[in-house]
Write a protein that binds this ligand. Structure first.
Ligand code: UFG
Length: 345
């Protein structure tokens, strides 16, 4: 068992990052976080400590700061590897501020890869997205399904990042071993309600919008279109509980450690394998939490794909990972977290 190995977690105070730090701690790893708190709060460190009994070490700063990155690698001694979450992630904002997205998401990856090379750190888990599949021709999507032209600069940063990794491992003398996890739709929160998602401003994503509407922070939810070619007319996604997703990172890390020393890059879908429509998500939310949600049917949102869900056989087989938590559980936990945030008993 790989106890007490030190892992650098960039963006470790964020939504998926913080849940992953919890799982790393619980699996016996030592997580060291770098986060600039651009989309997270410092209080999360204390909450991680409440859950796991361990307060992760945190460096406040930006992964685009090459000097800081070098100092961290210098001071911390040898990392067993890096899990790289730090990135901007709002699809709509990326259309408005493409250069911010290309700069932040790509430059930080380049700096990280250079620093890992300089310090001879090989193992990397990278956060990618099912957005690279665009509107798939065949469902469920496998890792071999074709990548489509990205719908947004954000999506393009993920597609380009995968290419950067693919090329880097082929470089002469490369010692990089990297996996990209293609996340489907992460939702929910830690069942303790101590950590969860903290959307900035009006949420873009479905589940935070649902929970904020239920809490009275938003008047009503708009379902973006019910005229799609799906059983109830609303879009279909593969919603995965963030705790399951966090566990996939621990498994991916173990997988990297179990490979030989040769550099390689591989891709994995991280979803449940099951698609649910927007209306199913709403109805499930109402049912498991005993609530009525104020919602209305509106226009389609531009850039939305009609349906996407994962084939997860490869992750099951090679990572020995499988989603275990249900949509019911995820929507209960999402509401538990919102109640905590909104002081609802
Ligand atoms: N939706 C609504 N009303 C809302 C918000 C969302 O009906 O107020 C619908 C969307 O139209 C979509 C579904 O709920 O059909 C899910 O939307 P989200 O915004 O929660 O998630 P997306 O699938 O659009 O986006 C997610 C991630 C992105 C990633 C993308 C890849 O948030 O980072 O998956 O497909 F790029």
């Amino acid at each position: 068992m790989s106890k007490s190995k030190k892992i650098l977690v960039t963006g470790g105070a964020g939504f998926i990052g913080s849940h992953t730090v919890v799982e790393l701690n619980q699996a016996g790893y030592e997580a060291v976080i770098i986060d600039n708190f651009s989309n997270s709060e410092k209080g999360v460190i204390e909450q991680i400590e409440k859950i796991t009994g361990i307060a992760p070490k945190i460096y406040e700063g930006d992964c685009n700061d090459i000097q800081l990155m070098q100092n961290i690698f210098d001071q911390e001694g040898l990392f067993a590897g890096v899990i790289h979450f730090a990135a901007y992630k709002a699809v709509g904002e990326s259309v408005e501020k493409p250069l911010d997205y290309y700069h932040n998401n790509l430059n930080s990856l380049l700096i990280l890869l250079r620093t890992m090379e300089n310090f001879k750190v090989s193992n990397l888990v990278f956060s990618s997205s099912c957005t690279v599949y665009g509107e798939p021709d065949l469902l469920p999507v496998t890792e071999e399904s074709p990548k489509k032209q990205a719908e947004s600069p954000y999506g393009n940063t993920k597609a380009i990042s995968e290419e950067i990794l693919e090329d880097t491992v082929k470089g002469k003398n490369s010692n990089l071993k990297a996996v990209a996890l293609r996340y489907f739709n992460p939702i929910g929160a830690h069942p303790s309600s101590l950590i969860g998602e903290l959307p900035l401003g009006v949420p873009n994503n479905l589940v935070p919008f649902i929970t904020q509407t239920a809490a009275g922070l938003r008047e009503r939810l708009t379902v973006f279109g019910d005229d799609y070619n799906t059983p109830d007319g609303t879009c279909i996604r593969d919603y995965i509980h963030v705790v399951d997703l966090a566990k996939a990172h621990v498994k991916a890390f173990e997988y990297l450690e179990n490979q030989g020393n040769d550099s390689f890059f591989d891709l994995f879908n991280v979803g449940t394998g099951k698609g649910n429509s927007v209306l199913e998500a709403i109805k499930t939310f109402e049912q498991v939490n005993g609530l009525k949600l104020n919602y209305t049917i509106g226009q389609r949102r531009s850039g939305d794909v009609e349906k996407v869900f994962a084939k997860v056989d490869k992750s099951e087989k090679l990572l020995n990972w499988k989603a275990e938590l249900s949509l019911d559980q995820a929507l209960k936990d999402a509401w538990g977290w919102q109640k905590k945030l909104s002081n609802i008993k």
